[in-house]
Structures are given as C-alpha cells and as structure tokens.
Design a protein around this ligand. Structure first.
Ligand code: DOR
Ligand code: ZN
Length: 344
C-alpha cells in the first residue's frame, strides 16, 4: 500500500468554539495535528491573556488525557487593546499571536478594529515583542464587491501597516487571490500567509453547483479559478512564506442552511487528507511536509514536532454529517470518497 510519513503537522489557523461542542470539534483536530493556533472570535471575544488562559484550560479539559496536543492561544485585537496587555501576552508563554479582524468583516468580528490607526500603540508593542499579527484581510465597506475585498484590503490597509511597522511579523490569513500571492512574494520575510484546503480545492462555482450550496460559503469567499491556481502554485512551491492553516470554522447545520447562513467551512475531519491530495495532484508530495509541518513553526519561532504522521492511500467515505453536542454539523466533502486516509 502506498503511504507517506511526515513530521506531525500543525494547524496555524483554527476555530474550535467553546462549551459543549468543544470536545467533538477538538477530536477532529487532535487526530492528526500536534498544535493549532486557536482563533479568539468567541462571543464575547478573547481579548485578554487571562481570558486566553481560561479558554486554554477549557480546551485542555475537552481533550482526552492520553492525547498530545498544544493549543497555541491568540488575543483578539480591539480599538482598546492596551500595549500592557501585549506585554502580559508575551510573558504568558502560551499566547502566540494577536488577531486583527476589521469590525464587521466576518463571524464575531463586531468588537474588531474600526480603524487600524487606533491600534498603533498595540501594534508597536507587538513589533517590539516579536509577536505576530494575524490578519483577516478584507475591507468592510458594504458597497465594495465581496470578491474584491481582499485585494482592496492589501492595497489600502496592509500596505500601510507594513510601511509603518516594517519589523512587525504578519500572517495574512487564508489568502484567496493571485494578488495576495504576488504581494506576499514581493515583501520581506516578516510577511507570510496561511492557505486553506477549501481555497486550494474549489473555485466560486462550488457555491452554485445545481443550486445554492451554503456549506461552501466562507469568508474570504471562494474566488475565480485563476486565483485557485495561483494558490496551488504558492502552497506547493516550497516557499516558506506559505504554510498550512485550515480555517476550519464549525457552524451547526441550522445556522448554515438558513436564509442568512453563517460563513465558515468545517474541514477539520478531512483537512490533512485534502492537502495531501492537492499536493499529489500538483506532483508535489515531496513539498507537503515543508508546508504542513516545517514552515509554520519556523515563522513562529517554535520547535518542529518530533512525532510523525502517516497517511495511507486508501479510499474512505466522509460521513454525511457529524454530531456537534446536541446539534449536527455537515463536514466538507460530506458523503464523498477521499483517496488518502490518516493511519491510526
Ligand atoms: O468563513 C469564516 N468563518 N471566516 C472567518 O473569518 C470566520 C469564520 C468563523 O469564525 O466562522
Ligand atoms: Zn478563521
């Protein structure tokens, strides 16, 4: 049987929510990833190191004792974030980044930043402490075209942040466009990007195949095929600026299949399998370990995992749905056959 063994990967962008659903969600990530950057967009958001510690403990309680997993916590940047909070985060040892959501850009971003200039003292503290700023890179002007929002953000906001904070480490999260790839390649090593499995696998047609398909709706939204191809090239290029971040974002089925459905794709049950398939299709299986296991820790100045993960080429069928506490959730590729499987 064909198999592939790599250093155990990490997920550098993950939503695990909170409460009763935590255990179900965590089990999908801990089956293959050793660490994950945990997004802070809870309601209310995780804005302080103290809140991050409490959340970290709830996550650890949701994981069985014999599972080896480290949640890498983040803080949610607001107009009010105090530079002293950044110092506390640095001292904690468990907060590894701060997330910038433009207010109104996506799920639970209402408390996000209304004007990036209001956060300049906090950004200076991040830069001074070597803590990465993780960016949801979309403008929020409701009149802007939803497919153009990433490009507009890069041109109008990101360029300005990089100009004013050249030493700040930045991850432009879940990039979706050729423009983003080209921009990142043109900047210093302080700018990197995560790429999701769904943006590598699908273009915007997926949302409309035979009817409206809410389980393919996420933000930033899926783009034109030319952008997907640029993302595949970037991910499989062996350039350390691009690494794995699933942006797995669970929402119960009722909140997705609605007249105003939530943005977010639940890919944790299939993510590493899909990345493997994508790299195989691109003839770049030899670059998978770099992207999934080596370039993320390098950017975050963390050690590489010493454990390994084996994937076997063996077809399996993704369940039609999964339990999410007392509700149900539809994973990406539900009911489909996948060609790679994690060896248990
Ligand atoms: O599709 C998304 N879902 N994009 C985000 O930025 C947030 C996420 C979520 O939290 O559901
Ligand atoms: Zn996200």
């Amino acid at each position: 049987m064909v198999s592939l063994t790599i250093t155990q990967p990490d997920d550098w962008h993950l939503h695990v929510r909170d409460g009763d659903a935590l255990a179900d969600i965590m089990s999908e990530t801990t089956r293959c990833f050793a660490r994950a950057i945990i997004m802070p967009n809870l309601n209310p958001p995780v804005t302080t190191t103290q809140q991050a510690e409490a959340y970290r403990q709830r996550i650890m309680l949701a994981i069985p004792d014999d599972v080896n997993f480290t949640p890498l916590m983040t803080l949610y940047l607001t107009d009010q974030t105090d530079p002293e909070e950044i110092e506390l985060a640095r001292a904690s040892g468990f907060v590894h980044a701060v997330k910038y959501y433009p207010a109104g850009a996506t799920t639970n971003s209402d408390s996000g930043v209304t004007d990036i200039r209001k956060t300049y003292n906090a950004l200076q503290a991040l830069s001074d402490n070597g803590i990465p700023l993780l960016i949801h890179g979309e403008v929020t002007d409701p009149n802007s075209d939803v497919f153009e929002r990433e490009k507009l953000f890069i041109d109008q906001v990101l360029t300005q942040i990089i100009r004013d904070f050249p030493d700040l480490k930045i991850v432009l999260e879940h990039i979706t466009t050729k423009h983003a790839v080209e921009f990142i390649l043109a900047q210093s090593d302080n700018l990197a990007a995560t790429i999701t499995p769904h943006h590598l696998l699908y273009n915007r047609n997926a949302m409309f195949k035979g009817g409206i398909r809410p389980h393919y709706y996420c933000l930033p939204i899926l783009k034109h095929e030319q952008h997907r191809l640029a993302l595949v090239d970037a991910a499989t290029s062996g350039n350390p600026k691009f690494f794995l971040g699933t942006d797995s974002a669970p929402h119960a089925v009722a909140n997705k299949e609605s007249s105003c459905g939530c943005a977010g794709i639940y890919n944790a049950p299939v993510a590493i399998e899909l990345y493997t398939y994508i790299f195989e299709q691109a003839g770049a299986l030899d670059k998978l370990e770099d992207f999934a296991s080596l370039y993320g820790p390098r950017f975050y100045n963390l050690p590489t995992n010493t454990s390994e993960l084996t994937l076997v080429k063996q077809s399996w069928t993704v369940p039609a749905n999964k339990p999410l506490a007392s509700e149900t959730i539809i994973p990406l590729c539900n009911g489909e056959q996948l060609s790679w499987q994690v060896q248990t």
